[in-house]
Write a protein that binds this ligand. Structure first.
Ligand code: TYM
Length: 364
């Protein structure tokens, strides 16, 4: 798997302003990154190709904080017996995908109470009508029927707290998180900095980093729908820990069409486009080169090549994962060290926000 470097900072959002942290930073001149994945079920190749592989590419040159967002995972129905197991498994997958715990801080969101506390403060600053626009809430609440929790509605504000606590310069995410990032920026700028800053900004305005390729991997059953953990059909996604047998079965059943040859730009062929994109990312070959090579290849043959590539690309991740998940001591150590570094930063930001917003402070 070739690490990608081509990414795009949303042009409309360029221009983060200086904040108090920039002046105080001193220790490191590296720009800071914050991102996370929900430990709901198994991570799939969309999470990897759209987000985690981007973190891997960026980690060397940035100060990186990566959380497993378990508080987000309880915003829809969940199994308490699985939560802790999934949290650990998600952290192990970060490392298995190439995140280096020696240079990145990997931690569990619920272990740092500043996330919930800042979320409350931001709740009180955010107009409800901003929240009513959130597309993901609308989509997810349809799936939940009568069971929609306040937590699901509040989810993007908790995400804003995750980001703003770390004064993150950049937030590498998939396309589906763009609106949540815009909300985090608006809350920080319009509801905190504009209202409460006396001089320098209280909060840093973060910028999303969204890959040009891979930021929206589509379902295997429907090339016009995003690949998603919450899709009830397991066959719609390839999970990072799927065995070669399962991968083979899922790709065999994946939706195809009646055309001959693989194409990227034909709007009537979203499934062909999606698999070509995934294949390009996994093989490191350009889409145009693949289109040339595969212009006379039928679905049956392409699916075989595709399956082989997928199995081969996931093999090293799965091998590293097995070593880690069987070494709870090492994993725990990574999470303790990550928590220590993250908590120091988070608590500092929270104190700063509380102080600037007028909360009572003890005399020292
Ligand atoms: P989550 O857990 O749904 O997804 C994790 C990351 O994977 C990306 N992603 C995809 N990328 C490409 N194609 C897909 N089909 C695909 N599906 C998911 C997501 O865009 C995301 O980057 N709200 C977030 C988690 C979160 C967070 C944060 C992220 C909470 N706090 C702070 C960044 C910063 C979420 O539910 O992601």
């Amino acid at each position: 798997f070739k690490q990608k470097t081509a990414y795009e900072i949303m042009p409309s959002l360029v221009g983060s302003e200086m904040c108090i942290r920039d002046r105080m930073k001193g220790m490191t001149n590296k720009k800071r990154i914050l991102s996370g994945v929900q430990p709901t079920g198994d991570l799939h190749i969309g999470n990897w190709l759209g987000a985690i592989s981007n973190w891997v590419a960026l980690q060397e040159k940035h100060e990186t904080f990566l959380c497993v967002v378990d508080l987000h995972a309880i915003t829809t129905e969940y199994d308490p017996k699985q939560l802790s197991k999934n949290t650990l498994s998600t952290a192990a997958l970060y490392v298995a995908c190439g995140i280096d715990p020696k240079i990145c801080s990997i931690f569990v969101q619920s272990q740092i109470s500043a996330h919930s506390e800042l979320c409350w403060i931001l709740n009180c600053m955010t107009p409800i009508n901003w929240m009513e626009r959130m597309i993901q809430f609308k989509e997810k609440s349809v799936q939940q029927g009568n069971n929609v929790s306040i937590g699901l509605f509040d989810y993007p504000i908790l995400m804003a707290a995750d980001i703003l606590l770390y004064d993150a310069d950049y937030v590498p995410v998939g396309e589906d998180q763009k609106q949540h990032l815009e909300l985090a920026r608006d809350i920080a700028q319009q509801r905190i900095n504009a209202k409460f800053s006396k001089g320098e900004n209280i909060l840093k305005i973060p910028q999303p980093i969204i890959m040009k390729k891979g930021s929206k991997i589509m379902s295997l059953n429907d090339g016009s729908k995003k690949m998603s953990k919450s899709d009830i059909n397991e066959g719609s996604r390839i999970n990072l820990l799927d065995t070669p047998e399962i991968i083979t079965k899922k790709i065999k059943r994946a939706k195809s069409d009646s055309y001959m040859g693989m194409e990227f730009n034909n709007p009537e062929r979203p499934e062909s486009r999606n698999l070509l994109m995934i294949y390009s990312l996994l093989s490191g070959k350009e889409v145009s080169e693949l289109e040339n090579d595969l212009s006379q290849t039928g679905w049956g043959t392409f699916k075989k090549i595709f399956t082989e590539q997928l199995i081969e690309s996931l093999k090293p991740i799965q091998e590293r994962y097995q070593v880690l998940i069987n070494d709870p001591y090492e994993l725990n150590k990574i999470l303790i060290e990550g928590k220590e570094k993250a908590e120091a930063v988070a608590n500092k930001t929270l104190s700063r926000v509380k102080s600037e917003l007028g909360f009572f402070e003890m005399e020292k």
